[in-house]
Design a binder for this molecule. Structure first.
Ligand SMILES: Cc1cn([C@H]2C[C@H](O)[C@@H](COP(=O)(O)OP(=O)(O)O[C@H]3O[C@H](C)C(=O)[C@H](O)[C@H]3O)O2)c(=O)[nH]c1=O
Length: 182
């Protein structure tokens, strides 16, 4: 499993070895041992798996849960392709407000670790994009927070015109208005 660090300290992209044969392809999508060797904190307890299906142009995010329900995530695309974006909202971080964008695809099988302290979102790029992710804490609606996807201060190039977003996401705060809990 190839490991790629990002320009921001903490997030890690994993590119698994794909085992192709006349039947198809096999690859490991999660390995606590390999991921901890690559830098994943050993004290994270992956308690909940989620899955969403989105059509091209659907944009979900940017979301986070506040402590004590903060979630680290391990995200991947099992079918299709998505542009995954995370924003550093750790108050003391030298990269506060900066983002990393990674294209996740079923073809590459790449997997992205999103630490606590980041807002997370993605835009689906293909039909029936299946987005799967592991969470290190349970869903806790009262603790939900977020950032407005199209805040110019974030400088994110989503490369999508007029995305489909939820009413909840349409009214998320800008970075300037965010009182980050991290
Ligand atoms: C997140 C979540 C949602 N739900 C229910 C609540 C709603 O009735 C429905 C859709 O929820 P929401 O609109 O928040 O789904 P997304 O916009 O895809 O949110 C997710 O998308 C971004 C990219 C993330 O990183 C977060 O993990 C998560 O917030 O599923 C649950 O029952 N459990 C859950 O863990």
């Amino acid at each position: 499993m190839q490991v790629k660090k990002t320009a921001i300290a903490g997030p890690i992209e994993f590119i698994p070895r794909l085992f192709g044969d006349p039947r198809g392809v096999f690859y490991e999508t999660f390995s606590a041992r390999l991921m901890q060797e690559a830098g994943l904190p050993a004290d994270l307890d992956w308690v909940q798996d989620n899955q969403s299906k989105s059509q091209p142009g659907v944009l979900r995010g940017l979301h986070f849960q506040k402590p004590p329900h903060a979630q680290a995530k391990i995200v991947r695309v099992a079918q299709g392709r998505a542009l995954d974006v995370i924003v550093d909202i750790r108050r003391d971080s030298p990269t506060y407000g900066q983002h990393v964008a990674v294209e996740l695809s079923a073809a590459l099988g790449n997997i992205f670790y999103v630490p606590v302290g980041f807002a997370h979102g993605f835009v689906a790029l293909e039909e029936d994009t299946l987005f799967l992710y592991k969470c290190s804490n349970y869903y806790a609606p009262p603790s939900e927070g977020g950032l407005f996807w199209n805040d110019p201060a974030l400088g994110i190039d989503w490369n999508v015109e007029n995305p489909t977003i939820s009413p909840k996401d349409a009214i998320l705060p800008t970075l300037a208005d965010l009182d980050s809990p991290f």
